[in-house]
Design a protein around this ligand. Structure first.
Ligand SMILES: NC(=O)c1ccc[n+]([C@@H]2O[C@H](COP(=O)([O-])OP(=O)(O)OC[C@H]3O[C@@H](n4cnc5c(N)ncnc54)[C@H](O)[C@@H]3O)[C@@H](O)[C@H]2O)c1
Length: 376
């Protein structure tokens, strides 16, 4: 059992940058530290953030490929807050490899493959993508994290297959339904991971204190306090690559489903609901602003309306959740647990196989898993 947790990342965008910088930022966290800004679990099951080692990444942006990851995370169009300045980031001696493009990018009006207005994917006639499974094996990666752009149906499955072929655990951070349910016409990925003795978790990471969690908590409070919700909406704006990509409604089907079901599932009755990314505002960069409106009816049929606004740096908000997920998956690997990790999936993802009755209960399930009282 090795103490280091070797991970690889598919999609070295803003969330990945926040994960990589976070490992350096939190390098001095000690096992006895109880309250550390931004960490739900400074130490988790004997593992610290500093135990995580990024050994490989895969991307398609010409600005990032074939660079050391410590350099590539600062390359455009990434705009994540530099919680570690570029000059203070140690070299990782781990490369960002050219991955298969598939549908990670769309064809922009000028005919180039892109996910962003000022970024281009490598030219497929000039650059040969690597064999992802081969790289995972050669670098000794134990876990592969998928954080590709929304709408990457095929590309996500290429990376999931590579994780299987290389014997890696798989974390699916994006709204592609691979771990939470079997999509019609798709293979049973969970069964495949189980067959090969590998753990998997997903789908679509839920931020630490983000729009989804806030909306769920408000909806649950209305339910518990007898205020019947008539309708609700959640509008989100931001200026990062994720928001730019999500301007394309055609890439958004699963994102809307994931975000909407994460909120409506806490209510036992149907409501009118509209949730999703609402606009791309370039100068906001990695800031996300979320507006939540909940229209309810209370005592004596009187109206009760709640408006909430959240302003947050988007990508770091999910990186802390990833640091926990990685360490939970390492515990699963140590314990030789294969298949879907239910408790951490219910806690950390918007679209898990089992939606927990509340986030408090999901947190209990995770603790029981860490303590060895819950099998998965
Ligand atoms: N930001 C958050 O808090 C948050 C929360 C939940 C889910 N997510 C999801 O995580 C994903 C990543 O978000 P982000 O903000 O880092 O986006 P991003 O656009 O900054 O990063 C995506 C990266 O993937 C790369 N890419 C595109 N096609 C690829 C391919 N075929 N192979 C390898 N790399 C490829 C892009 O070049 C880019 O670097 C999105 O799907 C997003 O919805 C993000």
């Amino acid at each position: 059992m090795s103490k280091k947790i070797k991970i690889a990342i598919a999609g070295l965008g803003n969330v990945a940058a926040a994960i990589v910088m976070g490992i350096e930022f939190y390098k001095n966290v000690k096992p006895q530290d109880m309250y550390v800004n931004g960490l739900m679990n400074p130490a988790l099951g004997g593992y610290l953030p500093s135990d995580i080692q990024v050994v490989a990444a895969f991307d398609v942006a010409t600005t990032k490929i074939n660079k050391d990851i410590s350099e590539a995370i600062y390359a455009e169009p990434n705009c994540c807050q530099p919680i570690v300045k570029k000059e203070d980031m140690p070299k990782l001696n781990a490369l960002c490899y050219p991955g298969p493009i598939a549908d990670g990018c769309y064809t922009s009006p000028d005919g180039n493959l892109s996910t962003y207005e000022f970024f281009r994917a490598y030219n497929e006639s000039e650059v040969q993508p690597v064999d992802v499974a081969r790289v995972l094996k050669d670098t000794g990666a134990e876990i592969l994290i998928n954080i590709l752009p929304v709408g990457s149906y095929k590309a996500s499955r290429i990376y999931a297959q590579a994780a299987l072929d290389a014997g890696c655990g798989f974390i699916n951070g994006i709204p592609e339904f691979i771990i939470s349910e079997q999509v019609s016409g798709d293979k049973d990925w969970v069964a495949e991971f189980e067959k090969r003795g590998l753990p998997c978790a997903g789908d679509d990471i839920k931020s630490q204190v983000g729009a989804t969690l806030s909306h769920r908590v408000i909806a649950k409070m209305f339910l518990d306090r007898g205020v019947v919700i008539k309708d609700t909406y959640q509008l989100n704006i931001g200026g990062n690559g994720d928001f730019y990509n999500m301007k394309m409604e055609g890439r958004l089907t699963t994102k809307r489903k994931s975000k909407t079901s994460a909120v409506t599932c806490v209510l036992p009755y149907p409501i009118k609901c509209r949730i999703g990314p609402s606009d791309y505002v370039p100068f906001l960069q990695d800031k996300k602003i979320c507006y939540i409106r909940v229209n309810g009816t209370t005592y004596g049929n009187l109206p009760l309306v709640m408006d909430a606004k959240l302003r947050v740096e988007d990508s770091p908000n999910s990186a802390g959740v990833m640091l926990d997920l990685i360490r939970i998956m390492k515990i699963a690997l140590d314990r030789k647990i294969a298949g879907r990790l239910e408790s951490i999936s219910s806690f950390s993802f918007k679209h898990p196989h089992i939606q927990p009755p509340s986030d408090v209960i999901a947190k209990q399930w995770v603790q029981e898993f860490i303590d060895g009282k819950k099998e998965r």
